[in-house]
Design a protein around this ligand. Structure first.
Ligand code: PXP
Length: 251
């Protein structure tokens, strides 16, 4: 079966740069609009408790002004649930959030936090918001995601991106096995974190992965090459990897 690989562009770090000066520039909503024209399939934005990058007003504008589906990244808190229900994004990705972390470290402990997470997944799902859980490539977490009733998981590729050599190959093996396990469970499989031009191809080649969410590298690289050409190049790498993998499968 041929599966398309979607690109979700995470625009958080356009807001990081904006907030460094406190003014309106650069505007993350403008970046989202440009990403749409460059071939992104969706926009991802993480409204953190401390509002260090994306703000409430950005979410209002993203849902009102951008035609692409919004993947709203959120911690499982009452405040974020109320905001998600008010804006009704296409999807909500539940992530662990620590105030002192620089970025989302590790995946959600779905198995261990089941009772806390279940009401959030239920309320979002009842509102018609597609619930995704950001998890490590660990079969126990995927099994728990199914029990929770989430239709989607996003596999955390941060370890894969940070490791080198054989350790990276081993982590890639875990990602491949987890993606195959998702298929068996009927879970839609996404992946993201730390992906770059140099490391995206092996992940894009995993046939069960249907969406990659990429942010920090794209926004940083855009300083040198422009956002339009950076997104187009990432798209091209992903499309080529997927086409090659499908060619190998059918050969
Ligand atoms: N997916 C999720 C769930 C994330 O939390 C992040 C980081 O905000 C990303 C994808 C994108 O990661 P990066 O910015 O490293 O590309």
């Amino acid at each position: 079966m041929k599966r398309i690989l979607r690109l979700g562009v995470n625009i958080d770090h356009v807001a990081t740069i904006r907030n460094a000066r406190g003014g309106p520039d650069p505007d993350p909503v403008r970046a989202a609009s440009l990403a749409a024209r460059a071939g992104a399939d969706g926009i991802t934005a993480h409204l953190r408790e401390d509002r260090r990058h994306i703000t409430d007003n950005d979410i209002t504008r993203l849902t009102g002004e951008i035609d692409l589906p919004l993947n709203f990244e959120m911690a499982a808190t009452d405040e974020m649930l109320a905001i998600a229900l008010r804006h009704n994004p296409h999807a909500a990705c539940l992530v662990p959030e620590k105030r002192e972390e620089r970025t989302t470290e590790g995946g959600l402990n779905v198995a261990g936090g089941f009772d806390k997470l279940k009401p959030f997944a239920d309320r979002l799902g009842d509102a018609g918001i597609r619930v995704s859980l950001f998890v490590e490539p660990d079969p126990a977490q995927l099994d728990a995601a199914v029990r929770l009733g989430a239709p989607v998981v996003e596999l955390h590729t941060g370890s894969y991106a940070n490791l080198k050599g054989r350790a990276r190959e081993a982590e890639l093996g875990r990602l491949r096995a987890a993606a195959a396990h998702c298929d068996g469970l009927g879970l839609e499989c996404h992946a993201g974190h730390g992906l770059t031009f140099d490391n995206v191809v092996p992940v894009a080649s995993i046939p069960q992965v249907v969406e990659l969410n990429i942010g920090h590298f794209l926004i940083g690289e855009a300083i040198f090459g422009g956002l339009d050409s950076t997104i187009k190049r990432m798209r091209a790498l992903m499309d080529k990897a997927r086409a090659n993998a499908q060619g190998e499968q059918s050969a």
